[in-house]
Design a protein around this ligand. Structure first.
Ligand SMILES: NC(=O)CC[C@H](N)C(=O)O
Length: 313
């Protein structure tokens, strides 16, 4: 009896070397997120990329073990946690359509009665953080603990300096939160929600940590190294679909076109992505494009799927 041969085991080393060479001219370009003063000093030329296979193999290049501020990548994990608590009831608090507006825009909220378009723009993440503030005495620690588990690294924490730096400059997020609260859409005090939100954004992780954290979603809700199930396959599918449609803000269409992977970016310059049943991926380069996505990071992911022929399509 003939069996279908297993697909060849991927070897991402050659692709990562090629990508690291190709991104060089892009590394001085883009802007760092200077509206958070503690992030303004991060060198723009940094570049790291890591891929962790479902079987635990690690491929990496550049500054893949340097920790950086995960910023909006935390919105993915905050959502995961809120969905574990609330299930489908969460969708009464936040929508799930692409916004087509910048991640920190206020205009859409007024038209839509204070209900944010999706959980990956700031307004949506504030609604999700409100849920975590209700469910946890210390929502800051709750997310750190989840990430320690997903990255299999007990050393992960948030930077108090970055959290306080953003907190002191969070007028726009505060405006959004007060506005949503005026519609009765937030239940906790705005200060409490902003403290938790800024701490989540200030969590620091490396590309290797983040790539490993994506294995849960590459493996349909189960940690591949222990077999522990944290999400139903259906919830895992939904999180991946949301990343594809909303994970890179108003560039999500162009990103899907160029890269073809579910992904989530942050203004620290990180982008996480995954290939189902195969691997978690993270790329980091602090220079951002006009949409707030890592300029070299998007290019690197586009080359990865092009060079290896692997994407979800
Ligand atoms: N896109 C982002 O990474 C934004 C996160 C940032 N902490 C903010 O609230 O503005």
């Amino acid at each position: 009896m003939s069996r279908t041969p297993a697909p060849p085991r991927p070897d991402f080393d050659a692709a990562l070397q090629e990508i690291a060479a190709r991104v060089q001219p892009l590394l001085g370009q883009g802007q760092v997120a200077s509206y958070i003063p503690e992030l303004a000093g991060v060198p723009r030329e940094r570049f790291g990329m890591a891929i962790v296979g479902i079987g635990g193999e690690v491929w990496e290049v550049g500054h893949a073990r340097e920790r950086f501020s995960i910023q909006s990548i935390s919105k993915l994990f905050a959502l995961l946690k809120a969905l574990q608590h609330e299930g489908d009831a969460l969708w009464e608090r936040v929508g799930r359509e692409p916004s087509g507006t910048p991640f920190n825009s206020l205009v859409q909220l007024e038209h839509e009665g204070g209900k944010p378009r999706n959980p990956f723009i700031n307004a949506g993440a504030l609604a999700v953080t409100d849920v975590l503030c209700t469910r946890h005495v210390q929502p800051e620690t709750a997310l750190v603990e989840l990430l320690r588990k997903l990255a299999d690294n007990p050393g992960i924490d948030y930077s108090l300096r970055v959290a306080q730096s953003e907190r002191r400059h969070s007028d726009r997020n505060a405006a959004m939160a007060h506005f949503m609260r005026s519609f009765g859409r937030l239940h906790n005090p705005v200060d409490r929600i902003l403290d938790a939100y800024c701490s989540h954004c200030a969590i620091e992780m490396s590309c290797v940590d983040l790539a490993r954290s994506m294995l849960l979603l590459a493996n349909h809700g189960e940690l591949p190294w222990s077999g522990e199930r944290l999400l139903t396959p259906s919830l895992s599918k939904r999180l991946n679909a949301l990343m594809l449609t909303c994970g890179t803000y108003d560039a999500a269409g162009d990103f899907a076109f160029r890269v073809g992977l579910p992904a989530k970016s942050g203004v620290g310059g990180g982008i996480v992505a995954l290939i189902p049943n195969l691997c978690g991926i993270c790329v980091w380069s602090p220079g951002l494009d006009a949409n707030g996505n890592s300029l070299a990071g998007v290019a690197a992911l586009e080359w990865l799927t092009t060079l290896t022929g692997r994407s979800i399509f």
